[in-house]
Design a protein around this ligand. Structure first.
Ligand code: PLP
Length: 454
């Protein structure tokens, strides 16, 4: 039974709103859920349902909902200077201060930032900068970018071409030329009987094989999320990243770390690169940069790249109206201040992250769960029909979607990526929130099992 307000909004939405990554036809039959407010780690619907947001929105509300400080900063900035651009010899105080702050908190050498509004735009910018860099270096053939199967990097033409979730390509005749995909380093699905660390080295070698078959003189860069997010929270073996890093340096291939999800504390350190042994030339940041309170993203550029691009002179023929938007920058700055002031990242690394991972690993014994994986406050549990053989359920059973709905009806939002239940809660989650999540998820799995096996 839906209330009048819900019905009215659902009807308007059905008539006028095209949703991202959604089958509009089937959504219109079901009707949207209207989210009306949120506080901390919980949100409420127009029907009064209280739901634990196990995804922090879309992996982004790192400091949790309802932080008045961010609203105050945005309000003050709007009164003082709601907009000015950063194009023609101008900047604003928030954009400039945020740049210095980002240079301070990101890994060594990443001392320059270019702003955009979304992760996709930032990755698109990097795809252009890779071309610019190698053109500047007098190596105009060195342009192909190697990504990976199951990678997610966004939706612009270049970012979608980088994606290795191949369902994203046919509608738009993608990928564009010059974007290729190496193996996915997910041991559970692709490693078979191999030792995980040996498999990690093999997956890294697939990058080298690709470089060699294309010719290193044609390969400009390699891009990877430290831990793949939308692909299903795929944590690579520890051997993987250092070997990829070594291979890229050996062949003079730039390394791009897409930290859109992993950045700003998600993995228990400020950036995933620090934990996984990555020394990136470019780093993509978004989401947790402002905890989703304002749309803002950035490309962090290492000194060794920026020096070439800056010293050579010549105007950069690229930029967005809202690059370094003062309100978004002010909010991002305050968001980082809160993360620092409240020691949120350290807490994820030392306390809530390990507790969350330990509690989730109790589900290893659940009859439906083949693998539990994750680090810090990002994780997935993968549903299988047969644990011994890792065989998934037949696709027609829609196991992931079933568990997602069972979880929702128990007051928990988790996402289904295929049959992996994916989680990325706000970083301010308490132990009690973790317990609430585990209880609801376990009950959802228990409820789904007889239906799936029936
Ligand atoms: C790793 C990664 N890169 C890029 C993007 C694209 O970001 P946006 O949706 O802000 O364009 C995402 C979004 O989920 C992401 O997870």
């Amino acid at each position: 039974m839906v209330t009048n307000l819900t019905a009215v909004l659902q009807d308007m939405d059905r008539k006028h709103h095209i949703h991202p990554f959604t089958d509009s036809k089937s959504l219109n039959e079901k009707g949207v859920r209207i989210i009306t407010k949120a506080e901390g780690c919980h949100m409420w619907t127009s029907e009064g349902e209280r739901v634990l947001d196990g995804m922090a929105g879309l992996w982004c509300v790192n400091i949790g909902y309802g932080r008045k400080e961010l609203a105050d900063v945005a309000y003050q900035q709007m009164l003082e200077l709601p907009y000015y651009n950063t194009f023609f010899q101008t900047s604003t105080q928030p954009a400039t201060e945020l740049s210095a702050k980002l240079a301070e908190i990101t890994p060594e050498g990443l001392n320059h930032v270019f702003y955009a509004n979304s992760g996709s735009e930032a990755n698109d910018t990097i795809a252009k900068m890779v071309r610019w860099y190698w053109n500047t270096k007098g190596q105009p053939k060195k342009k192909t970018i190697i990504s990976r199967v199951n990678a997610y990097h966004g939706v612009t033409m270049a970012a979608a071409s980088l994606c290795g979730l191949f369902g994203m390509h046919p509608q738009f005749d993608l990928p564009l030329q010059g974007f290729v995909h190496a193996d996915c380093p997910h041991w559970y699905r692709f490693g078979g009987d191999m030792d995980p660390e040996e498999f990690g080295l093999q997956a890294a070698r697939s990058v080298e094989n690709m470089i060699l078959s294309l010719g290193a003189e044609n390969v400009g860069a390699f891009i990877g999320e430290p831990i793949m997010g939308a692909g299903g929270v795929l944590v690579p073996p520890a051997s993987y990243w250092p070997e990829v890093q070594r291979i890229c340096r050996k062949h003079d291939v730039l390394v791009i770390a897409d930290e859109v999800i992993c950045g700003f504390g998600r993995t228990g350190t400020w950036f995933g690169s620090e934990q996984l042994g990555i020394d990136p030339d470019f780093m993509t940041i978004a989401k947790g940069l402002s905890s989703g309170y304002q749309p803002i993203s950035g490309v962090m550029i290492h000194d060794r790249i920026a020096d070439t691009l800056v010293d050579i002179g010549g105007e950069l023929q690229h930029g967005f109206t809202y690059s370094g938007h003062p309100v978004a920058s002010a909010v991002a700055l305050e968001n980082i201040n809160i993360l620092q002031r409240e020691g949120i990242v350290d807490k994820v690394g030392a306390e809530t992250g390990p507790y969350f991972q330990a509690r989730l690993r109790e589900l290893v014994d659940h009859p439906l769960i083949g693998e539990v994986r994750g680090i810090g406050l990002m994780a997935a549990v993968e549903i299988v029909e047969d644990k011994a053989t890792r065989k998934p359920f037949d696709g027609s059973k829609n196991a992931g979607m079933l568990v997602r709905e069972e979880a929702w009806s128990r007051g928990l939002l988790v996402r289904a990526t295929g049959d992996s239940m994916v989680m990325s809660p706000p970083l301010v989650m308490t132990r009690a929130d973790v317990d609430e999540l585990i209880t609801a998820l376990t009950q959802a799995l228990d409820a789904a099992e007889p239906i799936l096996r029936g």
